[in-house]
Design a protein around this ligand. Structure first.
Ligand SMILES: O=C(O)C[C@H](O)C(=O)O
Ligand code: SF4
Length: 507
């Protein structure tokens, strides 16, 4: 199987950089649903531009590689050890070539292995089958949407929906609730895979297996087909919208699988996938290792060329650090800002570090970007940003307010919004939360014109503090210094809408 490693490398690159055709079609539909001129429509413009840029640059659609997971079926007699070894080599090479971000972190020490290999990683699952070729599927599911997966143990009580019993209607309620609880944090509009039954681990496996189904297929079980259709229709009335900005497109696909359970347990497991729905599959010749076929190739491939919005936002506020408190106090939820100049990246490790240490640079009046980029060093030793979208900000909720006050930081950029503690600190200190478009890693990488330095590299590439020079980096004010939070508003109104689905639908 001489060609095997190259075939796997191609599968990885294609999965990371070129969104499948069925997913593109679903995103096009979402665009048609959002009303022109809204924040949600503007976000979708950025998303579709980003999809096109990733394809053109053969660079990651989103900076988060996720936990690469391979599912493989082999004819009897094929050497699975050889396949696993080839996967590891291909993963390491794709990481070196910046097609993947180094994403494997030692859970105890926090050390990043640098090549996406580590204990238990990548995840590789084999099965045998009677066919005469190898089938290899790969999913790159990012961390923000993974954190929004949820598992329900029936019977249970659900906010907005009341009691969910051990029947199809209880399942219906759990799935609707799973979309509500994700809000925009998993980079909506999303796709969900649902597993009914099993135990905690097989239930989640079943849910994730559904994510390999075709977006446009129909469930062979008529009850589940009805349920899938119902969920997509109703979830899109919750008003969560793209990135949780409010709007019409909240859920682009729902696929439900079922397995038996044991009498005492009844699980409904939901795997939430962001719009950057990166999964692909190939068939491989077991003698040569060459690719025979690519999956998800039916129908038209939508190209998102010239997708800039016809209606530009009315008011764009130019910001350049250092920013004064006065400038910040003028900003209101809904304003669009365009940043030129310096910003510093900082995510989990940096926030934790800054609680008990001095900052490596003067952060007074500065902007922190919640981002773990994909970086590549050239032969001259200079760093280049290959992908750089925002990460989920809520993880920094315990630290953010204190850190802003301690160092005089005026603005943080991330996605998904933050909670009441940060909102209070923004009012008290004079700060603002800016929401960038999650997953738009190429779009933002293009706004970054230079890397002026890096600190705390010992935390690994995604967690280090990168000093970035940006031009016209656009984001939306979603939490201001006057106590307003778009996230809190959308959460409240979507919970009210969810309550409309309390009554029994399926018996
Ligand atoms: O790790 C990241 O860069 C982002 C993550 O996928 C997230 O959605 O928060
Ligand atoms: S940043 Fe958003 S698009 Fe990227 S992996 Fe995380 S959830 Fe998905």
């Amino acid at each position: 199987m001489e060609q095997l490693e190259k075939s796997i490398y191609d599968l990885i690159t294609e999965t990371s950089t070129n969104l499948p055709k069925d997913v593109r079609r679903a995103i096009k539909k979402a665009k048609a649903a959002e009303n022109a001129g809204t924040r949600a429509a503007m976000s979708l413009d950025t998303i579709t531009n980003n999809i096109q840029m990733a394809d053109d640059n053969v660079s990651p659609i989103c900076q988060d590689t996720g936990l690469p997971t391979f599912k493989i079926k082999t004819p009897i007699g094929v050497n699975q050890l050889e396949i696993k070894a080839a996967i590891k080599r291909a993963i390491a090479t794709a990481t070196k070539d910046a097609k993947l971000r180094p994403n494997a972190v030692d859970s105890l020490t926090g050390a990043n292995s640098g090549d996406n290999l580590g204990d238990g990683l990548p995840v590789v699952k084999f099965e045998q089958w009677e066919k005469d070729y190898i089938e290899m599927k790969l999913i790159l599911k990012g961390g923000g949407c993974e954190n929004k997966n949820i598992q329900y143990s029936l019977p249970t009580e659900l906010e907005g929906l009341g009691r969910a019993g051990r029947d199809l209607d209880g399942i219906r309620k759990c799935i609707l609730h799973s979309v509500y609880q994700a809000q925009g944090q998993g980079c909506s509009a999303g796709f969900i895979g649902v597993g009914i039954g099993g135990d905690r681990s097989s239930g989640y496996d079943l849910a994730k297996e559904q994510l390999f189904r075709h977006v446009e297929d129909t469930n062979p079980n008529p009850d589940l087909a009805k349920l899938e259709q119902y969920i997509v229709e109703k979830a899109n009335t919750l008003g969560i919208g793209t990135m949780g900005f409010g709007g019409e497109a909240t859920l682009l696909g729902c696929k439900v699988g079922v397995m038996h359970r044991i009498p005492a347990s009844f699980y409904v497991s939901v795997a939430y996938n962001c719009w950057a729905y990166r999964r692909m599959a190939i068939n491989i010749n077991p003698t040569t290792g060459e690719i025979i076929d690519w999956h998800y190739q039916d129908g038209e491939k939508i190209e998102f060329k010239d997708q800039s919005s016809e209606e530009a936002p009315k008011k764009i506020v130019e910001l350049q650090a250092p920013i004064t408190e006065e400038q910040i106090r003028e900003l209101q939820v809904g304003d669009v800002v365009s940043i030129t100049g310096r910003m510093y990246t900082g995510r989990d490790a940096i926030h934790h570090h800054l609680m008990s240490h001095d900052a490596p640079v003067d952060l007074n009046g500065q902007i922190i970007y919640h981002c773990g980029p994909v970086m590549q060093k050239d032969d001259a030793g200079d760093w280049h940003v290959r992908a750089a979208g925002p990460t989920t900000s809520i993880r920094e909720e315990p630290y953010q307010g204190d850190i802003m006050k301690k160092f005089g930081i005026r603005a943080v950029i991330g996605k998904g919004g933050m909670g009441p503690k940060t909102l209070a600190a923004l009012s008290e200190h004079g700060g603002v939360y800016l929401n960038a478009i999650g997953g738009a890693a190429q779009y933002y990488a293009d706004c970054i014109k230079g890397v002026d330095g890096v600190d705390l590299m010992e935390f690994g590439i995604p967690e280090a503090m990168w000093h970035l020079r940006v031009e016209k980096f656009t984001a939306v004010v979603t939490m201001d210094s006057h106590g307003n939070s778009l996230h809190a508003d959308v959460d409240k109104s979507s919970l009210e809408k969810l309550s409309a689905y309390k009554e029994k639908v399926f018996s």
